[in-house]
Design a protein around this ligand. Structure first.
Ligand SMILES: *Cc1c(COP(=O)(O)O)cnc(C)c1O
Length: 517
């Protein structure tokens, strides 16, 4: 490592020159006549060399994954590499082996190291080994996953995985569920069920007849609701501006006012948030469930990452009552560290999904069946990939105890980061650390001007991104520009958290003198 913590010798990238070592045929396809298995080049179309192409990926895996530990988060040479992806559509292709080797050469060098231990922006996990290899199995088996008959394997795995997730997170087995690409789609799924329920209260089958003629659906939440809930309401024809915030000045739920508004609103939809992105705060889900029961409202909970607090007894109390919600959205690709796209939706009344999504009929589709489930009748997609397989592999590999340990490891690292921030006289902790998000800012002694501190921290965020050793991300927390690292990657070690603090202080001092000088 050089003095900026950067590796001197980055993981060897694939190039045409060293491809010979990566090529099972022992030849460099860029220079030699193509090996027999690569006769797909020059306009002949695919030939049977998938195993050799996959082998290239497997050989690149070791160096790439090992390099994640030390490489900078943002590759210094990225823009030039990205240009190498461009160019006209080839008339005669290069063949599978050359194309895949090129993709690996550019990809392994140009990828942002979000899967590495020091990417603290947003809420980004990195796939665990079992989950990542399970994802390769998805590609290998190439199953069309939507209808039971096309892949009983994928459908059965989805049923098993949903059962395991319910068990891990404390939901009764009777809940219905479906895997989705993301929490955005899971919010869409849950809110589509809510909309169907609400329209039925007005005597309308919204799946068949739409919203025309109905009043606007009342949707209420605290200030924590995620932008993807608004997007879901927008797509569902309910309007993103229809979301009414019933919140205190700090964004937390105003329970008494919500109680009064529900008394007048008629059937309504409540959105609760389990883990908001700024500081990891939670709505009081038990109280929301009480209100929903008392007023006959639908409760949808967005627990994209925060639902996984249920995996540890230390944080389980944060989601108390979530099993009483009518619909719940979450994401395994955040805190559970599975590959993108691993969202899921759960519903208390298991027939709600089929009512909202299953009403399209076509003569070639199978009859509904409780055992042989065609999951595309329970969600917004039709054809889909077998996204249950990486989840199955992860849950089988690490089990209840392993996932509890994963969650507690991040809680511990975030607490440690919070302590380091509090111990530093030039850093200010802005919100108590309840989960894995640590919201703080650079605040040198003697500096109190709010606008100056905002400008300083904004520049610091840009300097961190430019520097590349760590990525923290900035946010506006209660009107104040702040750094907001989130620690959710199984690869992150205490020394990565310590490096974050050191880099923030080093660059903070430099940015301050630059701004003042
Ligand atoms: C990330 C997030 C979402 C959206 O999840 P995607 O998987 O990115 O679609 C929704 N709600 C909350 C609270 C989130 O943190």
């Amino acid at each position: 490592m050089d003095d900026r913590g950067r590796p001197e010798d980055p993981a060897p990238a694939l190039s045409r020159e060293n491809l010979a070592g990566q090529n099972p045929s022992g030849q460099d396809p860029a220079r030699q006549a193509p090996p027999r298995q690569d006769l797909d080049a020059a306009g002949r179309g695919p030939v049977d060399n998938a195993a050799a192409a996959l082998e290239l990926v497997a050989r690149a895996a070791g160096p790439f994954l090992a390099g994640l530990q030390d490489r900078p988060v943002h590759p210094p040479d990225r823009d030039r590499l990205l240009d190498e992806l461009a160019g006209p559509l080839p008339e005669d292709g290069d063949g599978a082996l050359v194309a895949v080797a090129e993709l690996l050469r550019v990809g392994t060098a140009a990828a942002t190291a979000t899967a590495g231990p020091r990417y603290f922006g947003y809420v980004v996990g990195g796939a665990t080994p079992a989950a990542q290899a399970g994802d390769w199995v998805v590609s290998l088996l190439d199953q069309p996953t939507g209808l039971w008959p096309t892949s009983p394997l994928a459908a059965k795995a989805e049923t098993v995985v949903l059962g395991w997730l319910k068990d891990l997170l404390g939901f009764p087995a009777s809940h219905g569920g479906v895997l989705t690409p993301s929490a955005t789609f899971a919010n869409l799924t849950g809110l589509a069920c809510a909309r169907h329920w609400w329209a039925a209260r007005h005597g309308v089958d919204v799946a068949a007849d739409g919203l025309a003629g109905l009043p606007r659906m009342p949707v209420l939440s605290s200030g924590y609701a995620h932008a993807s809930c608004r997007k879901a309401l927008q797509v569902l024809g309910c309007g993103r501006d229809g979301l009414r915030l019933v919140a205190e000045a700090d964004g937390s739920l105003d329970v008494d006012r919500l109680d009064r508004e529900l008394a007048d609103s008629g059937p309504a939809v409540l959105i609760g948030t389990a883990g908001e992105v700024d500081a990891g705060r939670y709505d009081p889900l038990d109280e929301l469930a009480d209100l929903a029961e008392r007023h006959g409202a639908w409760l949808h909970v967005d627990g994209a990452f925060g639902l996984f607090a249920a995996a540890s007894p230390r944080t389980r109390g944060l989601v108390r009552g979530v099993e009483r919600a009518d619909s719940v959205a979450a994401d395994c690709h955040k805190w559970l560290n599975t590959p993108y796209e691993s969202g899921f939706a759960l519903v208390r009344d298991r027939s709600a999904l089929a009512r909202a999504f299953g009403s399209w009929n076509a003569a070639y589709l199978p009859e509904p069946d409780d055992e042989r489930i065609s999951y595309n009748t329970l969600g917004p997609e039709s054809s889909r990939r077998a996204r249950a397989l990486p989840l199955w592999a992860a849950l089988r590999a690490y089990g209840r105890a392993g996932h509890r340990a994963l969650v507690e490891r991040h809680l511990g690292l975030a607490r440690r980061l919070g302590e380091l921030v509090e111990a530093a006289d030039d850093l200010e902790l802005l919100s108590p650390v309840t989960l894995f998000v640590v919201c703080f800012r650079y605040r040198p002694a003697g500096m109190a001007d709010p606008a100056g501190l905002d400008a300083l921290n904004r520049s610091l965020g840009a300097a961190l991104a430019e520097d590349g050793r760590v990525h923290a991300g900035t946010t506006s927390h209660r009107g104040v520009v702040a750094l907001r690292p989130a620690i959710v990657n199984w690869r992150t070690r205490p020394e990565d958290v310590e490096l974050l603090v050191a880099v923030v202080r080093e660059l903070g001092a430099r940015v301050r003198s630059a701004l003042e000088g």
